[in-house]
Design a protein around this ligand. Structure first.
Ligand code: ADP
Ligand code: MG
Length: 257
């Protein structure tokens, strides 16, 4: 029976075979992802990539589609298009399977369990790592955010806004992400607290974590990121090195103060 391809053979022209991880493939590669709410085309076909160990920021005004983009990538919102993670096509996987692979999102509004303690919220973050070393992970989170350790038995609803954001990030870290995506983590926080939290993201990135940071207007994010996507009206209006924002007057006026 020569000449008959096995049923599971990759289609002719497939560049990356699912399941094969290559060192050169980006951490995340999104191709033509697109999402609707009813008849509203909130995210027009959008492509982006994040390299391994890279921190990329997505900026855009309110309503631009930033949250929809993150929700589409993590499959919290139905979307068409292709998503590859570490070179593997993961387009068909649901949110929890992506989480198991290491794609973790900190949602806008933090999504904490308000009536549960700091400890309980953190432990729930590790649900995708049932065999993991819980104490080691908790220790890592407390090293980054000592204030969470001081408040370990406090009900999370009673934390300050900054502490709640720290807890949301800490809970995401309990899942041992390879790619951490954050939806406006500085929203509603005092500048000093926002800057402290973003500095911690910079530290995590220096340790090798890939980060996709969504912010609305964020000089702080531009200091951390090397590369920026600007989202406007549901599509990417610009992709450029963060250092070049200054030379684009319209972008600089909007994003640098
Ligand atoms: N659940 C929803 N139902 C209908 N429209 C929505 C929903 N969520 C967002 N939208 C619309 O989609 C567009 C993009 O929203 P969103 O992704 O939340 O933008 P951003 O996060 O950049 O502020 C906006 O026009 C918004 O009104
Ligand atoms: Mg949003």
């Amino acid at each position: 029976m020569t000449g008959v391809a096995p049923a599971n053979a990759p289609a002719v022209g497939t560049v990356r075979t699912p399941g094969v991880t290559t060192a050169e493939s980006p951490l995340l590669e999104v191709t033509d992802i697109s999402a609707f709410y009813g008849r509203v085309h909130a995210l027009k076909p959008t492509s982006l990539h994040i390299g391994r160990g890279e921190l990329v920021t997505v900026l855009g005004p309110n309503g631009a589609g930033k949250s929809t983009l993150l929700r589409a990538i993590t499959r919290l919102t139905p979307a068409s298009g292709r998503i590859a993670f570490e070179g593997r096509d993961v387009s068909g996987l649901p949110t929890h399977r992506l989480a198991e692979l290491g794609v973790i999102m900190v949602q806008e509004g933090r999504g904490l369990f308000g009536q549960m303690s700091v400890r309980e919220n953190l432990i729930l973050g590790a649900y995708t790592r049932p065999g993991g070393d819980m104490d080691k992970q908790l220790g890592r989170v407390f090293e980054l955010f000592p204030r969470l350790k001081e408040r370990i038995d406090q009900i999370s609803a009673s934390l300050s806004g900054g502490e709640q954001q720290m807890l949301a990030i800490g809970r995401a870290l309990m899942a041992e992400p390879k790619l951490l995506m954050l939806d406006e983590p500085s929203l509603g926080l005092a500048p000093r607290v926002a800057s402290e939290i973003l500095a911690t993201l910079g530290e995590l990135n220096r340790q090798g974590l890939g980060i996709l940071l969504v912010e609305q207007k964020a000089p702080l994010a531009l200091k951390l990121a090397k590369r920026v996507y600007v989202l406007s009206l549901g599509q990417i209006a610009a992709e450029l090195p963060a250092s070049e924002i200054r030379s684009h007057h319209d972008l600089a006026r909007y994003y640098l103060h």
